[in-house]
Design a protein around this ligand. Structure first.
Ligand code: FES
Ligand SMILES: [Fe+2]
Length: 389
């Protein structure tokens, strides 16, 4: 994209919300936008690509497609997670094809070079000629897998593909500070997730940015989520304090699930007089969070095409006891409720995607009262493009 055009878009987004214009259609529908978003937006910040629970055993490998870039998450013998480029250093074969437990080695199926879970190239059969598995001129260390910068936060796996983003702790600090007003950081480490009743995935036919924009605002609650709007209506929603890499909204009317007079365990440090508070921030670019006193959900977006995005959702509960059978009905009820809410949003983002093909739309006009979070995200995207492209 031409630099002067980008700067022009950035300037129009810096206007007060009432006068701002959003990202142009081409950022949603033009083929080049997908790779540009990977290189300059998703790849330069901290993007969520998996959940730690997706690697249920030690010595496990999980291949990931990150907007066309093949990656692999590994869990070593001590449980440590790492992320690598999923490609053999010899002739460039794609290494792991399916999630699976290994015997501690990732073996390339072409010439059988093998890699430890920490990426070290270990076995190089016949590299020095038949029966010689080393060669004086062959430096094995040069063949180690290329590691991708990663961080684990609340059991979500984040990467910074470009390798030069600010430290993850600094990236997330403004958000964790907001969380600290509700509960302690130590307490949040109690969130654990289980199996099928704790996760779901959905595929939406839209560019990845539209689900972000939709999640950021509560303006659509009365029309898109009529049931949710009965218990948590628009007038009890509030904007979260926006920070460099995120923003979102919250509700003052969260109601804990009551089944037969029983409630899920809650975080001990969460004040009883704040138990109706819940916050729904987005950590840009692709991570949605729902923090409640008795559960946490994280949804991350996996863009699989310019106009297709997979939404991965995982719900966590407070302590192992919340994953036991007495709370099965609670977990199922919450999974059903959130799945329903997220499904209600699908038509909205898919129809915005359709609308982005219209030459009669050029970024749109915004509600000064309701659309500030959306404009903030557009500004952030434009800033990333200007800074990195
Ligand atoms: S390409 Fe992997 S061992 Fe040759
Ligand atoms: Fe929604």
């Amino acid at each position: 994209m031409l630099e002067h055009k980008l700067i022009d878009i950035q300037q129009r987004l810096k206007q007060p919300v009432a006068h701002a214009t959003g990202l142009p259609n081409e950022r949603y529908v033009e083929a080049a936008a997908f790779n540009e978003d990977r290189k300059y937006v998703m790849g330069t910040g901290w993007s969520c690509i998996a959940f730690a629970e997706d690697l249920p055993e030690n010595n496990y490998v999980l291949p990931i497609d990150f907007m066309g870039v093949p990656l692999v998450v590994t869990r070593d013998n001590n449980g440590q997670l790492r992320v690598f480029h999923n490609v053999c250093s010899h002739r460039g074969m794609h290494l792991a094809e399916e999630p699976c437990q290994t015997k501690g080695m990732l073996v390339c199926p072409y010439h059988s070079w093998s890699y430890k879970m920490n990426g070290e190239l270990r076995g190089t059969p016949h590299v020095g000629g038949y029966g010689n598995h080393s060669h004086p001129e062959f430096d094995r260390a040069k063949g180690n897998l290329r590691e991708v910068r990663s961080a684990i936060w609340l059991n979500a796996v984040f990467i910074n593909l470009s390798g030069d983003a600010i430290a993850f702790d600094d990236y997330i600090k403004p958000l964790t500070r907001q969380f600290d007003e509700l509960c302690s950081a130590d307490d949040r480490l109690q969130f654990v997730s289980g199996n099928d009743d704790c996760r779901t995935t959905m595929t939406v036919k839209s560019n990845w940015k539209l689900p972000v924009e939709n999640y950021l605002e509560s303006y659509h609650l009365p029309t898109v989520h009529p049931e949710l709007n009965k218990t948590s209506p628009l007038d009890v929603h509030f904007d979260l304090e926006r920070f460099d890499n995120g923003g979102g909204q919250g509700s003052e009317n969260y109601t804990r699930t009551n089944i037969g007079g029983n409630y899920l365990p809650g975080l001990a440090s969460w004040d009883a007089d704040k138990s109706n508070l819940a916050v729904y921030p987005v950590l840009y670019p692709n991570t949605f969070i729902g923090l409640h006193s008795d559960h946490l959900f994280i949804m991350y977006l996996q863009p699989t095409a310019l106009d297709q995005t997979v939404e991965h959702v995982r719900i966590s509960y407070v302590g192992e006891e919340a994953l036991a059978s007495p709370y099965q009905a609670h977990r199922q009820a919450l999974l059903d409720a959130w799945t329903n809410v997220f499904k209600e949003d699908i038509f909205a983002v898919e129809r915005m995607q359709k609308g982005r093909f219209s030459p009669g739309y050029e970024g749109g006009v915004f509600s000064p009262a309701m659309d500030a979070p959306t404009v903030h995200f557009h500004q952030w995207v434009a800033d990333q493009l200007v800074k990195h492209a």
